[in-house]
Design a protein around this ligand. Structure first.
Ligand code: CP
Ligand code: NVA
Length: 334
């Protein structure tokens, strides 16, 4: 029988701090139950006649498709809306768009630039709004990451996650808070110029302390990853920062995850995995890397037995489904 917390009904997700620790972990558990349900071949009706608007200002493979299939699997629908499709922010304000779409849809998932836009949609639409990535946070990604760690290691206890790369991007910010809330030790290996924002770090540190774990920031990746069980990276240049590409590649080269860095954890023969939110520049097969080759992770690590990136990617769908179901489903005990 599927169960989830009543307090999740009707809830928006702006960032992981929007939820209590228990609520966040409950969503991860619900996602595991929904995954098992889908594996058993069940396509149910938990979202029967629920319609979700997907407002996307930035590109997406995983978040877009996960949202559409999550809704469709359970009898709901999702409509993909990009800036050229609707008047959003051009002929119509965010506030007015929110009020229009909130009368039509049961929920809105937003991917875009400003966190403020996401918050405004939540404030004025009157329906749950989920942050599918902004410049500042990527909370739905971290639900999938926690599920992947839990599935691979059995639980989240006694685990150290080392994030290596751009330490103040949306994924790093949310991962730091997600680890703090889950009681997972978090290490950030990043150059001084990209250290986490002070306020974001302080907020996560307070939560980590409450849960008996610490957060440590290093500029030396080899020292930093010692003892880590999860090495995690993301692209060196996030969407919207393309002008910084050359500078970032130069700055972050020493932070590439390769087999030497995997070995530097000291856990190469034990509890160790590699995660990446994807898309990843690990080979020559993209427009960006056709001449440069691998950037943030080598092909050797990406394709190794330590890599759980496609489980992680699949888990985006189950965790987004958990968010939709817990917020919108009218029934319990199904
Ligand atoms: N990880 C992630 O959010 O992927 P997409 O950009 O493809 O949605
Ligand atoms: N930090 C990356 C995440 C992509 C899923 C970006 O914002 O482009």
């Amino acid at each position: 029988m599927l169960t989830w917390m009543d307090s999740l009904k009707g809830r928006s997700l702006m960032r992981l701090a929007s939820f209590t620790d228990e609520e966040m972990l409950n969503l991860v558990d619900l996602a595991a139950q929904l995954k098992a349900r889908r594996r058993a071949g069940v396509r149910g009706d938990l979202l029967h006649r629920k319609n979700i608007a997907l407002i996307f200002e930035k590109s997406s493979t995983r978040t877009r498709n996960s949202s559409i299939i999550a809704a469709r699997d359970e009898g709901g629908g999702a409509e993909y809306l990009t800036r050229p499709d609707i008047h959003f922010g051009k002929k119509e304000s965010v506030k007015d768009t929110a009020r229009v779409l909130g009368r039509i849809y049961d929920g809105i998932l937003f991917r875009g630039f400003l966190q403020k836009t996401c918050e405004e949609l939540a404030e004025f639409s009157g329906v749950p709004v989920w942050n599918g990535l902004t410049d500042d946070y990527h909370p739905t990604q971290i639900l999938a990451d926690l599920l992947t760690i839990k599935e691979t290691f059995g639980d989240l206890k006694d685990c150290t996650v080392a994030y290596v790369g751009d330490g103040r991007n949306n994924v790093a910010n949310s991962l730091m808070m997600g680890c703090a809330k889950a009681g997972v030790r978090y290490i950030c290996c990043t150059p001084k110029e990209l250290w986490p924002d002070e306020a974001v770090l302080a907020e996560a540190e307070e939560v980590a302390k409450r849960n008996g774990v610490d957060i440590r920031v290093f500029d030396d990746p080899v020292k930093g990853v010692k003892g880590a069980n999860v090495l995690y990276t993301d692209v060196w240049v996030s969407m919207g920062e393309e002008a910084k590409t050359a500078e970032r590649i130069k700055m972050l080269r020493p932070y590439q995850i390769n087999m030497d860095l995997m070995r530097a954890t000291g856990n190469i023969d034990g509890k160790l995995m590699f995660l990446h939110c994807l898309p990843a520049f690990h080979d020559f097969n993209t427009e960006v890397t056709k001449t440069s080759g691998a950037l943030e992770v080598t092909d050797e690590v990406f394709e190794s037995k330590y890599s759980r990136v496609f489980d992680e990617s699949e888990n985006r769908m189950h965790t987004i489904k958990a968010l939709f179901v817990s917020a919108l489903c009218d029934r319990k005990g199904v």
